[in-house]
Design a protein around this ligand. Structure first.
Ligand SMILES: [Fe+2]
Ligand SMILES: [Fe+2]
Length: 358
């Protein structure tokens, strides 16, 4: 805890904002690439998985996670310039779930952007989601940063359009883990072409922040912690020296560095996934996670759900995790090794198994 407190003080000092010492059930991102007046924050909430039971009944725990995150976002000081919702608003993509989730998100007193998740998409291929939230992929510029939102959960047309007798079955097949009937996520050629044209208009010195639902890297295929055309998307981002990809979907802490791109996940408001054991299996790890990561403990029910502050003051991400049931952690970009690191964890003598705190 002491290490964390020091880091927290440093964070507040460096950020130069009156960030409350209390934690928030969402991600707060601060960016300042230019003059002091350009400094700004945004918040990120992800993976609410609002689940319809029957009538007006929804799974209460998932509702509570999102309600709490929205309430905390509304209390943030300084006020974030916008809120990003990272996908999987619904559990099975129904109108009831999307309407209920949208109603909760509408309580946000900030401009809100949304990313498409597979649980939002595979019932009606994003049709109703579009009515609520707009296009599936887009970009915008904000105070010197180019933000890109991709729909990274598409897959092969044959799987999407021809394989399943009903839309509901298609949704259920894509919702499962370790499902041999599933299909790997991808951004797809059409969207990659759009991204190529979009980035062609952006100066190479501009910091890029890309939001996706699945990681734009290949971590674990069985759970679709995977994007089939990740390398092709990464290649489009290569000319830009400062690129950060922020994604949801994995419901756990992940960070990685691939070339010029720093990857960070955001935690879910619904539930945590354990780390897949098969990370250790080389055939699933393309590329391997290049940075030794601290591990949240899958045996704690709520571990890897909680809050994270993301400070991008230097153009690089510093993640400040406040976990419900585990030691708080800071993961920051280390210019010496050029990768994000939990500095405490990099020193093996200081590695403390989470359960030792109980
Ligand atoms: Fe999810
Ligand atoms: Fe997902």
């Amino acid at each position: 805890m002491n290490d964390f407190r020091l880091n927290r003080r440093d964070f507040i000092k460096r950020a130069g904002v009156a960030t409350a010492a209390a934690a928030f059930p969402l991600s707060v991102v601060e960016l300042a690439f230019g003059a002091a007046q350009d400094k700004f924050t945004f918040a990120h909430i992800s993976d609410a998985h609002i689940q319809h039971v029957k009538g007006t009944e929804f799974v209460r725990n998932w509702d509570r996670g999102l309600i709490r995150a929205v309430a905390e976002a509304n209390l943030l000081t300084p006020k974030p310039d916008f809120v990003m919702f990272g996908g999987d608003l619904a559990q099975l993509g129904t109108k009831e779930e999307l309407d209920h989730g949208a109603e909760m998100l509408s309580r946000l007193r900030h401009k809100t952007y949304c990313v498409m998740g597979e649980h939002d998409y595979y019932l009606d291929l994003g049709e109703y989601w579009s009515k609520l939230f707009g296009p599936h992929y887009y970009s915008f510029d904000h105070k010197g940063v180019h933000f890109v939102v991709l729909n990274s959960i598409l897959t092969y047309d044959e799987w999407t359009y021809n394989r399943w007798p009903t839309a509901r079955q298609r949704m259920l097949e894509m919702a499962g883990l370790d499902n041999p009937n599933g299909s790997p996520f991808m951004v797809g050629e059409k969207q990659r072409e759009w991204l190529r044209a979009d980035l062609a208009r952006v100066a190479k010195t501009t910091p890029i922040v890309l939001f996706s639902h699945s990681p734009i890297q290949k971590l674990y295929k069985g759970w679709n912690f995977w994007t089939e055309d990740a390398e092709q998307v990464q290649a489009l981002l290569k000319p830009f020296p400062t690129v950060t990809v922020i994604y949801g979907h994995v419901h756990q802490i992940q960070y990685n560095q691939v070339g010029n791109i720093t990857f960070h996940s955001v935690m879910a408001t619904a539930w945590p996934w354990p780390y897949p054991q098969s990370y250790a299996q080389a055939e699933h790890a393309m590329p391997k996670l290049t940075v030794p990561m601290n591990r949240a403990d899958p045996f704690f029910e709520r571990d890897a759900t909680g809050w994270q502050f993301i400070d991008m003051d230097t153009g690089r991400v510093m993640m400040d995790y406040n976990l419900y049931n585990n030691t708080s952690r800071v993961v920051a970009y280390n210019p010496a090794t050029r990768q994000p690191e939990d500095r405490v964890y990099q020193d093996p003598s200081k590695r403390i198994p989470p359960q030792d705190h109980y």
